[in-house]
Design a protein around this ligand. Structure first.
Ligand code: FAQ
Length: 324
């Protein structure tokens, strides 16, 4: 099973569940101290926690290029972007903590394989052009998914999304700017830009999750407004938005069957290789082991800081108690 099992709520629905659903249907925002079904709480912890992990693990592929950015300006921009991702992780861990789970618990679950992070970050960033492709395509896909989440039913998650989306939009533009420079540069730079698009196109499409037919959580999550759109809806919107951008760059989307469909008013496109996607989810992506090793090392290396902070907090609490 590639997903976490979810309990069907329908069979044991109580009056409290029905009242809660009525609040959701009215468009109410749910706040941390409000009553909520256990499944709603667990689904949010799973989604927000995995989203937080994605932001943090997502620092690694770009962090890889900070020391090798081609100019001081590009280095400063990339540094700021990677730092923003840490902030996004922090807002999201804080939102998850309002549901009664600690950041330490979530991190342990990531490290022991009980929680996932976005499949995209199991792919390597091989050239500087990949910094353009990540900003343009990966942040582009992230925004497509996250803008609707600003209206999600859980208040702390929705509010975190507002700030995150503003920053992601800057990230997407800086990525497109890198691609413009490369695509309009020397023939070697153009080849690098095309190669980055070739390698990131299908992994970017996978970011939206499995096809609707395979998505185990979508129906219940949409009923609770934890998700606002299906995976396939957002994937299609992303393709429709991104293909004209690739044309503007003079690059070719690596899909020979990509075609504008007059009847539907959308692009027809080839689905990603779902076997590859499920293998990545199982931890068999090209960089999956490296990513978790890097996070495990950071966790272990930071143990003394956490212990020091706890000791300091205990000392301050004891001093405050003694002064009472
Ligand atoms: N990768 O039933 P569904 C970013 C899992 S942020 C890995 O469709 P759901 C910023 C899914 O968890 C990118 N796992 O699941 C940035 C579930 O497994 P579980 C992250 C995936 O939750 C940019 C199973 O498959 N964004 O990039 C993926 O309804 C640049 C069944 O799937 C978010 O997390 C995947 N791609 O829909 C940072 C947004 N897709 O949990 C640095 C919030 C699915 O049962 C640099 N999340 N799975 O073990 C969501 O909108 C949803 O959770 C989906 C998945 C759409 C990702």
């Amino acid at each position: 099973m590639y997903a976490q099992l979810v309990k069907s709520e329908a069979s044991s629905e109580t009056q409290a569940d029905r009242d809660f659903q009525a609040r959701i249907d009215r468009g109410d925002t749910i706040e941390p101290k409000d009553w909520m079904p256990e499944g709603y709480r667990r689904t949010l912890i799973r989604q927000i926690g995995q989203h937080a992990h994605s932001e943090i693990v997502g620092q690694l592929p770009e962090g890889n290029w900070i020391t090798r950015a081609p100019t001081l300006e590009r280095k400063a921009i990339l540094l700021a972007k990677v730092q923003d991702e840490a902030g996004h992780g922090l807002y999201l861990y804080c939102a998850a903590e309002t549901l009664g789970v600690s950041r330490d618990d979530l991190t342990r679950q990531l490290l022991d394989g009980r929680m996932k992070y976005s499949s995209i970050f199991s792919y390597p960033t091989l050239t500087w052009a990949d910094m353009g492709a990540v900003g343009w395509l990966v942040d582009g896909a992230a925004i497509m998914n996250q803008v609707p989440l600003q209206r999600t039913s859980y208040g702390p998650y929705a509010r975190a999304m507002v700030r995150i989306c503003k920053e992601e939009s800057f990230h997407q533009r800086q990525g497109f700017d890198v691609m413009m420079k490369m695509a309009n540069g020397t023939s070697a730079q153009r080849r690098m830009a095309q190669d980055a698009l070739d390698r990131f196109w299908f992994p970017a499409l996978m970011m939206f999750g499995p096809s609707d037919a395979e998505s185990v959580h979508s129906a219940q999550s949409m009923r609770w407004r934890i998700k606002m759109n299906t995976n396939d809806e957002l994937r299609q919107k992303f393709v429709d938005q991104t293909v004209p951008q690739a044309e503007y760059l003079g690059l070719t989307v690596p899909d020979p069957d990509l075609a504008w469909n007059e009847e539907t008013g959308h692009y027809d496109f080839t689905e990603p290789d779902w076997d590859e996607f499920f293998a990545v989810l199982k931890g068999d992506g090209p960089c999956s082991a490296d990513r978790i090793d890097a996070k495990r090392k950071a966790w272990d290396d930071g143990a003394w800081v956490r212990e020091g902070l706890m000791a300091h907090a205990a000392k301050k609490a004891a001093a405050a108690l003694a002064a009472e």
